[in-house]
Design a protein. Sequence first.
Lengths: 267, 309
Amino acid sequence: MTDASAGAGRLPGTGHLLSAQVRYQLLLLIRSPRAVIISLVVPLLLLMLSSSRHSRLDRDTEDALVAGLGSFGLIVTAYITNAITLVTSRQDGVLRRWRATPLPTWCFFAGKIVATALTGLVSVAIAVAGGVALYGVRLTAVAAASLLITFGLGVLAWAAIGVAVTPLVPTAQSAGPVLMITYLPVVIFSGGLGPLSAEPGWLATLSHYLPAQPVIDAATRALQHTGGGLVLVSGRELTVLAAWAVVGVAASVRFFRWDPVRPRHAS
Amino acid sequence: MTVIEVEHLVKRFGGFTAVEDISFGVPAGQVAAVLGPNGAGKTTTIEILEGFLAPSGGTVRVLGADPRRGDRAWRARIGLVLQSTSLDMQLTVVEAVSLYAGLFPRPMTAADVIEMIGLGPDAVTRIGALSGGQRRRVDLALGIIGRPEILFLDEPTTGLDPEARRELWAVIQSLVADGTTVLLTTHYIEEAQHLADRVIVLADGRVVADATPGQLRARGGTPVIRYRVPADVPGGGLPPRLAHYVDFARGELMLPSADLTADLGELVGWARRSGADLTGLEVAPPSLEDAYLSLTAEPADSAKAHSHD
């Protein structure tokens, strides 16, 4: 067979494709009221509620609260919003259609993850700005850089897990419960919604190896940091987050499904 | 040049066999309709050709390649409209069309495609706010924006009202004029007849007919002579053999005719002798529907459902 017609015109370059995908995914997020509220409004609301509830907290507790709520917004965006939008796209047949286009698969996911990371970081920025305004949290340049690294790693790990979990969620309707049950305990026990007064030792140990605690701890240390010198995530935190990211990517590559779940009809 | 080749295709889902043994080839530029009742294997076949499903047996080639291994360049030459609408409801028509245009080496412009599907006035409307028929046209726009050499349409008009269906047909026909090869599945005979050069009829995972709509129609049965017998001519006035086919309640002769020349001759001879007025005499061609029903009917039912085959 002849390929004369196929030679007419080159396929678009990946830079162009990727930027179009990021724009597309951001557009989908911005136009989903649920995503906007959960990622951008809820963390700020929680921060305001906490600020009205506690008249006076010590500096360190306030820093921990802001770090926790920032992490909460980040994780909600990277995990819940990311997974729900993917499941919705899968259910609507949109993923199936993308798969049949000349768009490289990695480019679809890269666009999705970059858009998720940007939204997650905006969510964090809102929480931190709220912390600065409501609690007088001080943010040094070093602390800001540390936060960026911590949250950057955190958002990638959680986004990978969010993609990996989608095969377990049959429909967009069932996404809420499945995702809430998996993430809420992790976030709460890791102190994402305020420090815990008492928790059993085994739970504290477990939390160190789940992907929320490292983000919250590193962010807290960055905010509490006042002196000079670099404050980066610890080696253990880095390793835990990287391990979760690798597990998430590997599980996604192996188990990701593009097709909607449908009763297998006879045709 | 054959651009779609299907040879002894078999597809099983667990213990269920959706496609038993299907073979056909589609030359470039042809519009082929795969027609059949639900469960005949239409969607399974087209999904294998699109690369979504792997065959259990046999081979398929689309533009010379195995659809499961089609690379980017191959996919840029294929367009498809899936069985159900598959769109991002949050995007506007022009956003969706422009996004897809950016994927292909030599796409049509978004403006041209939107014009073609007749959604100019709704270009900046969110897809979620469009009617079902309009959404289906956006589906089609995304399928054709890359100027595909082959367009797969899986039941493109199922669930649309007759008007929306006709509008979609018009768009498909304008594409066909450009020489695009089209493979469509449908369970509407009218759709196959309207759009296709060729009809491949499936039943129970097998090809039961593969012909032009005309050939298929001819195979399906006999033409029918219809004549409203004037009120002043009692039915008994007709020659006895013809009178046998008069429906007295409606005062109409309906004669399935295996030999038109003889039957019409007899009717005209009678009219000449009796001076009856032949106004309203009509010869209806065999219907494609009859042909289709006789091909796809269960063997046990066919005898009583189709007395003349």
